[in-house]
Ligand binder design. Structure first.
Ligand SMILES: [Zn+2]
Length: 202
């Protein structure tokens, strides 16, 4: 889909970047992670403004139904795509380090946390929508609000698997290692769909 590239160009524009920095105080904005989209969260079904990072768009690209819903929400101006600034990224990384969750966070997770920080410093009231325990943990540490997908009646839990991109060995999502025990390669993370029921966090 070539059109998705056009969305990025349009919605990651400098203009929008500036717009979020001169905004009304405490405007609620939802920060959506990959699991939200893959679990069936529909941006058009909620009133709040919503935002995500370019990496999330990358991660959902293989799921055509989800990518279509995503694209429609971007076209309608309901969902924005923005990469966090470097300063926020550094702050998110040190928060993750200080709670010991940095191993469990993907680059995408860290970007979502950083974007939330950036929005907060711009006067927004960000709420991260994620079922990922590490994201929630670091968000809490940074004083950022979060909600699990069950809040929106979504019961399909996305499960993450960690895997070695070199030798393909799989690890549990909460495995403590950042690198493969067999070959030493940096582990990656991918979603695995399940139909497990969610426990509500609130
Ligand atoms: Zn390996």
């Amino acid at each position: 889909m070539n059109s998705t590239i056009a969305y990025e160009a349009e919605f990651c524009s400098k203009e929008w970047d500036e717009k979020i920095h001169r905004n009304k105080p405490s405007k609620r904005i939802m920060v959506l992670d990959t699991s939200a989209f893959l679990a069936g969260f529909d941006p058009l079904a909620v009133n709040e403004e919503q935002i995500t990072v370019p990496n999330v768009q990358e991660e959902i690209r293989s799921n055509s139904m989800t990518a279509l819903r995503f694209g429609t929400a971007v076209e309608n101006g309901k969902l924005r795509i923005k990469a966090p600034d470097g300063e926020s990224l550094n702050k998110a990384k040190s928060a993750a380090n200080s709670v010991g969750d940095s191993y469990y966070l993907s680059e995408t997770d860290t970007q979502l946390l950083a974007l939330s920080l950036e929005l907060k410093s711009a006067g927004y009231d960000p709420q991260i929508i994620s079922d990922d325990y590490s994201i929630q943990n670091v968000a809490a540490k940074m004083g950022i609000d979060f909600a699990a997908l069950a809040t929106f009646g979504i019961r399909r839990l996305l499960e993450w698997v960690r895997y070695c991109p070199a030798c393909h060995k799989e690890y549990a999502a909460d495995a403590g290692a950042a690198t493969c025990m067999v070959c030493g390669t940096q582990l990656k993370r991918k979603p695995r769909r399940t139909t497990k029921n969610l426990k509500s966090t609130s």
